[in-house]
Design a protein around this ligand. Structure first.
Ligand code: NAP
Length: 248
């Protein structure tokens, strides 16, 4: 019996690293992406080259239609779901409170919050032991920004991740009796493309001095934590928010 993992936003960065490491840990992986088909296919090829099973699934998970499509693809290709990594997320350009426009705020709430609620809803329907499922594990992507607040730059992004911390606490409590564990990871400054979207090409360089370990982190360092939380090795871990940020 091969366990099945869905990674949203699995084409690049932390999602891609997690898909590859989870496959090495024995999961069959559905790699969701929104626009970057070649990158998603490259992740699938890497997994298949090492004997793993994977598919790439295009969908915008900030829309209900996209979420339903991804889960249908998982049902059709694998016939079961054991784990969900709610990873897809976007950042916005650096702004202060007087600059925020409704469109920016709505995109942050839709992509960073609603997508995680909708994907969790579909995952729980399939995993819950009271309706014949086998139980499972969910990891929600939060951020150190949820603690730090994002003042003067990324406050809406930070607030969206704060909502994920609260969601994680609530969902973990609600679905523990259904055999499902739910945890959040809160990465700090991780070397991925997402920082380009803040409009500050030097973002990592200018903030790294605030990290006690004195360096940025890699997608692989976050992926190791996520795969652990999704695995049976974390069988008594639920409702936590785990920081992976070099001490910041
Ligand atoms: P990234 O390299 O920019 O990758 C983002 C991924 O999300 C891509 O695979 C992208 O798909 C996908 N995506 C975005 N919107 C989507 C949507 N509506 N539907 C489906 N997929 C969507 O970013 P990353 O740094 O790996 O970030 C992943 C998560 O970690 C995000 O939630 C981010 O907030 C969080 N995080 C990152 C850091 C950091 O320092 N990097 C720190 C804390 C938290 P396409 O390739 O098709 O565009």
């Amino acid at each position: 019996m091969t366990k099945v993992l869905l990674v949203t936003g699995g084409s690049r960065g932390i999602g891609a690293a997690t898909a590859i490491k989870a496959a090495a840990d024995g999961f069959a992986v559905a790699v969701n992406y929104r626009t970057n088909r070649d990158a998603a296919r490259a992740v699938v090829s890497t997994i298949k080259e090492t004997g793993g099973k994977a598919i790439a699934v295009q969908a915008d998970v900030s829309e209900e239609r996209g979420v339903l499509g991804v889960f249908e693809a998982v049902d059709q290709n694998f016939g079961r779901l054991d784990a969900l990594f709610n990873n897809a997320g976007v950042i916005h350009t650096n702004q202060r409170i007087r600059d925020y426009e409704v469109a920016t705020l709505e995109e942050q709430w839709r992509v960073n919050i609603s997508s995680q609620f909708l994907c969790a809803r579909e995952a729980v329907k399939r995993m819950a032991t009271d309706t014949g499922g086998n139980g499972g594990a969910i990891v929600n992507m939060s951020s150190a920004a949820a603690r730090i607040g994002g003042a003067n730059s990324l406050m809406a992004y930070a607030a969206s991740k704060g909502a994920i911390d609260t969601f994680t606490t609530g969902l973990a409590t609600e679905v523990a009796p259904l055999g499902i564990r739910v945890n959040a990871v809160r990465p700090g400054l991780i070397e991925t493309d997402i920082h380009d979207d803040t409009g500050d090409p030097d973002r990592l360089k200018s903030l790294v001095g605030m990290v006690p370990m004195g360096r940025t982190g890699t997608a692989e360092e976050v992926a190791d934590l996520v795969v652990y939380l999704l695995s049976d090795r974390a069988s008594y871990v639920t409702g936590t928010h785990v920081d992976v940020g070099g001490g910041r």
